[in-house]
Ligand binder design. Structure first.
Ligand code: 3PG
Length: 209
């Protein structure tokens, strides 16, 4: 794993769409709908039993999308996601064991942090690209902006409670590379197969940068 690759992850799109699929047949169409709207990557969360199969399907059938695994909470999930074809990993928090497991996959990864000490602990491992989670509940734009002067090398992807309306204030911070959010892929749009809505929500994020 090169830390440069993890940092590059923050520059692919102003928004990393955080996607929850309930059935595996939602996976390929939702990835295609996001790509159609100009969003070239997907964070598929490991929160449903079909998530690893969904990653496999997108990796096989939607090569234009960079597919990653989110909600990586154990070393085993890091390995399983990599084996399923995930091209990056995102975790909501970071223990030394989980950090080591994500690094061992060789994939770029965004470990979750929510405090100065957590960010320092990740920084001590030589890793500078992080998720800031849960962003709104952990102090939001004001907190993250306060970190820029004390942790100038760290680049964050704040996620959690962010919307199209609030994304610009995060993206205006020097230490933010992109934001994450689930608003591009509402559960009801996936359930009803409203892929045009997903494409429209994705396209709306292009104006963010
Ligand atoms: C995540 O896993 O990063 C969050 O659940 C996404 O947060 P949101 O649903 O508030 O966008």
């Amino acid at each position: 794993m090169s830390d440069l690759a993890s940092t590059d992850l923050l520059a692919l799109s102003p928004v990393i769409p955080v996607v929850v699929v309930e059935t595996v047949d939602q996976a390929v169409p939702v990835a295609r709908a996001l790509a159609e709207g100009g969003v070239p990557l997907v964070e598929l969360t490991l929160r449903t039993p079909v998530a690893l199969d969904a990653i496999r399907a997108i990796a096989a059938e939607v090569p234009e999308v960079v597919i990653g695994a989110g909600t990586v909470t154990t070393p085993e999930l890091a390995k399983e996601a990599a084996a399923a074809g995930a091209q990056f990993l995102v975790s909501p928090g970071a223990t030394p064991t989980l950090l080591g497991a994500m690094r061992d996959t060789g994939l770029p990864f965004l470990p979750g942090t929510a405090t100065v000490s957590e960010a320092l602990a990740v920084l001590e491992t030589g890793h500078t690209a992080m998720k800031f989670f849960p962003a709104e509940a952990s102090g939001g734009v004001k907190f993250l902006g306060s970190l820029a002067s004390v942790l100038p090398d760290v680049r964050f992807c704040p996620t959690g409670g962010i919307s199209l309306a609030t994304a610009p204030s995060y993206l205006g911070l020097h230490n933010v590379g992109c934001v994450g959010g689930s608003w591009l892929t509402p559960a009801e749009a996936l359930a009803s197969g409203d892929w045009d809505r997903v494409t429209a929500l994705a396209a709306a994020t292009a104006a963010l940068r």
